[in-house]
Design a protein around this ligand. Structure first.
Ligand SMILES: [Zn+2]
Length: 58
């Protein structure tokens, strides 16, 4: 019986950033944009499919 180790299963540390999911088309063909002004935990992303920017929390 195996136990899942979330710190390993997450796959962090490989330099691969999980793409944000577009709220319009629910696709992951998105890119992170540089936010303007102060942002604490929000990040701006841009959907290549919709050509629309959106905010993602986290
Ligand atoms: Zn989209």
């Amino acid at each position: 019986m195996r136990r899942r180790d979330p710190s390993v299963a997450a796959g962090d540390g490989d330099g691969d950033e999980e793409p944000a999911v577009c709220p319009y088309c629910e696709g992951t063909n998105t890119e992170r944009e540089h936010p303007k002004g102060p942002s604490l935990c929000r990040s701006i992303h841009f959907c290549e499919d919709c050509q629309e920017p959106f905010e993602a929390v986290g």
